[in-house]
Design a protein around this ligand. Sequence first.
Ligand code: ADP
Length: 538
Amino acid sequence: MQSIALSINKGKCMSLSESKRLESLYTIARALHEQDLDVQALLQTVLSLTGDVIQATHGCVVTLDPNNHIRDAFMLGNSGDSDLERELWGVLVHHGLVGFVHHGRRTIIVRDLTTDPRWPALPPNPLMPHEGSAIGLPLQKGGTIYGVMLLIHPQVDYFDQPAVDMLEAIAHMAASTIRNAIEFNNVRASQDRYQWLFKDSIVPVIVTDLDGQVVDANRQACEFLGYPHDQIVQLPIMAIHRLGTGPLGADRFASLQEGKQIEFRTTAWTAAGKDVPVLVRARRLTFADRGVIEWIENDITPELELEQLRADLTAMVYHDLRGPLQAINTSFVTLGRLLVGADNAALLNLVQVGMRSTRQLSRMIESLLDIQRLEEGQAVLDRKQTSLHNLLANAAELVQPLATEANQRLQFSIASNLPFIKIDQDMIQRVIINLMENAVKYSPEGGSILLGAEVHQNEIRIKVGDSGPGIPKHMQRQIFDKFSRVKYDGAPKGLGLGLAFCRLAVEAHGGSIWVESEPGQGSVFYFTLPLQAQLAAV
Ligand code: ADP
């Protein structure tokens, strides 16, 4: 808390003349105008000049925080006993006039300190008058209250209407100036913060004017692009990177100037003539009162290298694995044909096992590739009108040998009215096979597997039930994520990719997939294919 001494003219009490009031208003306005934008100094100036004008013996300006605690307080008169002063003003804030004005946000006049209940009974002290009148004025602007000014005059009923009008005009003026000072300080603080972030940022940042002329660049930007600071500030941003070719570039610049934030990939050119791929994030900012554009330049060479590696790997899977696998499959098929009629059941059986395994392997490879394609958001490309009856029968035929080997029974519950549906046949068939192979894999010897399909409202619902161990509740969503597996003793080995593929494939068709299961009582996997989307897609 601070106090200021003021020499008070304790002359005869009098109401101020009109010209004196105008002159005082002008003097205070000019003083506030000339003052630095320092809130504390402004409060002091307002109080001391206003106190002078109305010949107050005592007074204060108080600013309060949201919990009603005094933040700043400036007083007229200096007792040299600041603890006592603080205590007395505290009483006025919490039980007296300052508090009333702050809460009510309006001027309050106490005409007689001895009789008005709003004037608290203060402990006997030489600092605060016990007689006279007081006025409390809110310093508020635009719905925000910045503080309260309190003035005390020794004469009872001193504050007539002209004096109140003048004091309210002063309070209004003071609040405007204080608000400006606070806003100015906030802007300055955020500019300081920006400067600090800009200089210390670990990513390259360039600042241009609204025409794209570089006005500043941080150390990382200079190092990344290979220009000293005094050279980079002579360049237009277009000499550092393109915004896009043709109208695209112009559009980007226009949307930046309108205040939109943009993000794009391009190539930055370094001073040494090297091309570097970058992801640029740009936005318009107001800095030191003028519009500028901030360009954050992220070097994306490592990401692109990774993308390339993934593309190479996919190509490798496609060409280097798929090709030989197809050759093996063709050989088995030919061998099978050659063996037709031959009386060698063991050999025939071996060929069939080989054929099944190669088909299974190629389905896995296709699904792996599909996972990648679908994750990248690529559309399902190969939709064809499909008979679901045929699709389900094919899938069942392919899984039947596995079930037979495990001594399991396949059961069917397929509605007769299934419509034709426009789907990627191969993909949906692999979904059904995946679910059925899992059902076989996780069901015990002698168990049974159910394949069902029906029209349900405006979708087709397909289900695959089994008599396996079931899936705990907490895993029933997770198992559809990549590499997610339920761990229990004796669980068959797997990668945890099959159901992830099923989910992506079904979702790409606009459907959904889920499992209903009670541990120990088997599982039923459901998935849907919407009929409405079919109509749109036909
Ligand atoms: P994988 O079977 O190769 O591990 P999936 O993605 O097909 O991969 O399945 C993920 C996990 O879900 C499996 O590891 C298994 O724990 C569980 N799961 C899938 N199908 C069944 C089922 N029919 N019965 C019990 N658990 C299953």
